[in-house]
Write a protein that binds this ligand. Sequence first.
Ligand SMILES: *[C@@H]1O[C@H](CO)[C@@H](O)[C@H](O)[C@H]1NC(C)=O
Ligand SMILES: *[C@@H]1O[C@H](CO)[C@@H](O)[C@H](O)[C@H]1NC(C)=O
Ligand SMILES: *[C@@H]1O[C@H](CO)[C@@H](O)[C@H](O)[C@H]1NC(C)=O
Ligand SMILES: *[C@@H]1O[C@H](CO)[C@@H](O)[C@H](O)[C@H]1NC(C)=O
Ligand SMILES: *[C@@H]1O[C@H](CO)[C@@H](O)[C@H](O)[C@H]1NC(C)=O
Ligand SMILES: *[C@@H]1O[C@H](CO)[C@@H](O)[C@H](O)[C@H]1NC(C)=O
Ligand SMILES: *[C@@H]1O[C@H](CO)[C@@H](O)[C@H](O)[C@H]1NC(C)=O
Ligand SMILES: *[C@@H]1O[C@H](CO)[C@@H](O)[C@H](O)[C@H]1NC(C)=O
Ligand SMILES: *[C@@H]1O[C@H](CO)[C@@H](O)[C@H](O)[C@H]1NC(C)=O
Length: 483
Amino acid sequence: LPWRFLQFLLLLLLGVSSAAQAQVNITLGSSLTPQGPNSSWLSPSGDFAFGFQPVEGNTSSYLLAVWFDKIPEKTVAWYAKSSQDTPVQVPSSSVLRLTADGLLSLRTPSDGEVWSPRVPGAAYARMLDTGDFRLFGADGKAKWETFDVPADTILPTQVLLVGQQDKVLRSRLIATDYANGRFLLAVQSDGNLVFYPIAEPTTKRYDAYWASNTVGNGSRLVFNETGRIYFTTTNGTQVNITSAGGVSMGDFFNRATLDPDGVFRQYLYPKSRKARSVWSLQWTVVSSIPQNICQAIKETNAGSGACGFNSYCSFDGTQNQTTVCQCPEHYEFFDKERKYKGCRPDFEPQSCYLDEAAAVAKFEMTPINGVDWPLADYEEYSPIDENECRTLCVIDCFCATAVFRASTNTCWKKKLPLSNGNMAADVDRTVLIKVPRSNNSESQLSSGSTKWKEDKKYWILGSSLFFGGSVLVNILLGNFHLQ
Ligand SMILES: *[C@@H]1O[C@H](CO)[C@@H](O)[C@H](O)[C@H]1NC(C)=O
Ligand SMILES: *[C@@H]1O[C@H](CO)[C@@H](O)[C@H](O)[C@H]1NC(C)=O
Ligand SMILES: *[C@@H]1O[C@H](CO)[C@@H](O)[C@H](O)[C@H]1NC(C)=O
Ligand SMILES: *[C@@H]1O[C@H](CO)[C@@H](O)[C@H](O)[C@H]1NC(C)=O
Ligand SMILES: *[C@@H]1O[C@H](CO)[C@@H](O)[C@H](O)[C@H]1NC(C)=O
Ligand SMILES: *[C@@H]1O[C@H](CO)[C@@H](O)[C@H](O)[C@H]1NC(C)=O
Ligand SMILES: *[C@@H]1O[C@H](CO)[C@@H](O)[C@H](O)[C@H]1NC(C)=O
Ligand SMILES: *[C@@H]1O[C@H](CO)[C@@H](O)[C@H](O)[C@H]1NC(C)=O
Ligand SMILES: *[C@@H]1O[C@H](CO)[C@@H](O)[C@H](O)[C@H]1NC(C)=O
């Protein structure tokens, strides 16, 4: 009871302080610049800001964005995209103006207008406490809002209606690069809600990795203020998208983002004093879909799968819900920050002019445990034994890996690039990868294991964005329910 009373007092205080800051209309003629005092417009509560946000790692480039302004991370919830659907990044000399004739327009000295919603006749604008930035007509009706043109994130109270055109969320390339990434979520005009891998840099959609299967019946994607995210059908049925619920908007900041790894994750950040006393001050994953991205994107018509070509994917669903991409032994990432680019061999590829004896002297097959590339087969032998299988791959300059299944005495040869690599525990199968023969097998073993440790260090760095602890979180959510 005393706790309830304190909570009541706290709510009263919060209510008073937010009432003191009257909702401000952004009037015609107002402007923002990336530097200086007027670089953003705040919502009445101060929770959200609209304006210029510096791009990480580039002090001379800014996004036009909406972000969570009360947390140190300043997490971006929306960013402006050009008519070519690429994020707008502008220099510090740019100006965003709500012009006297009611047009919102972003200009740079060199290129003139680089972005505008092109909706004329606004009377004023507002940054709302929900995170929605709106242009209003003189009649007080919204003429344009950021909630209608999402980037990679949706917020509580945001609704995406099935309409004439697909409404999409597009993942970023990596956490710090807002360029269009490899995954897309579409609220399709046919009533289906679908997740696709994308053939960057085009807009080609590969086979879906999740769908609501509501063609003809889908109606709206809703991020309810209670924290639930669901897709409704015309007959009123709700298809749950995430499993959170009972989250108070007063206690938590809440967002759902199509992350660069293709997983749609719902995150909470403690907001009220009560929540901050129990939760650590960071975004915590409370729900995600699909459950295991590596399994979900397993067999596509083309493309590399969840990770890049020649790499393999594993998903830590129990703790931090992170997607981990790794290179096999004797392969290395093209770019450790951008693992989606895949892995390349760290050795000279096998010349197709080598004779068989030279090939056997230079290369050998080494087993790689618990990993499978289900595609890229180009030859199948049966019956055969494992040694023959190894040799047939070693002497074939096209062959990169071989798979041997003992129970059926079958051997498959696979070529580069390997795709849809996955951690898979199939006891009946030996996956063999072609590597340069070393004179001393001991030295090869030890160099292999240090390389693996290096890889592991990099993925921890790369994936530290996606921390979680869903089990703990669910328990705590339960707590909040009960009080
Ligand atoms: C904002 O503008 C609308 C429409 O002109 C008006 O009704 C409202 O009172 C204004 N609010 C403030 C706080 O000025
Ligand atoms: C910032 O905006 C306020 C309110 O619109 C205005 O009074 C002030 O002059 C602006 N400051 C600068 C440096 O533009
Ligand atoms: C920073 O951004 C500017 C403008 O967008 C761009 O021209 C420049 O190449 C970027 N610099 C780096 C280091 O990415
Ligand atoms: C759409 O809804 C109708 C009526 O409820 C139902 O008969 C039909 O099977 C539904 N279609 C799908 C694809 O679920
Ligand atoms: C959220 O759920 C409540 C209760 O089910 C409902 O009344 C409300 O309209 C929903 N919010 C949105 C944005 O659909
Ligand atoms: C409503 O539509 C969904 C999806 O199409 C279907 O599975 C369900 O059976 C329908 N329910 C009713 C009551 O018609
Ligand atoms: C959807 O989620 C709500 C709230 O978490 C739950 O009550 C309901 O049973 C779920 N529906 C399905 C079909 O799982
Ligand atoms: C989960 O993330 C935390 C913090 O980022 C880290 O300390 C921990 O090692 C991670 N756990 C696993 C199993 O990766
Ligand atoms: C293995 O030994 C041969 C002959 O001694 C030598 O030419 C070759 O460079 C060695 N290879 C490696 C990987 O050390």
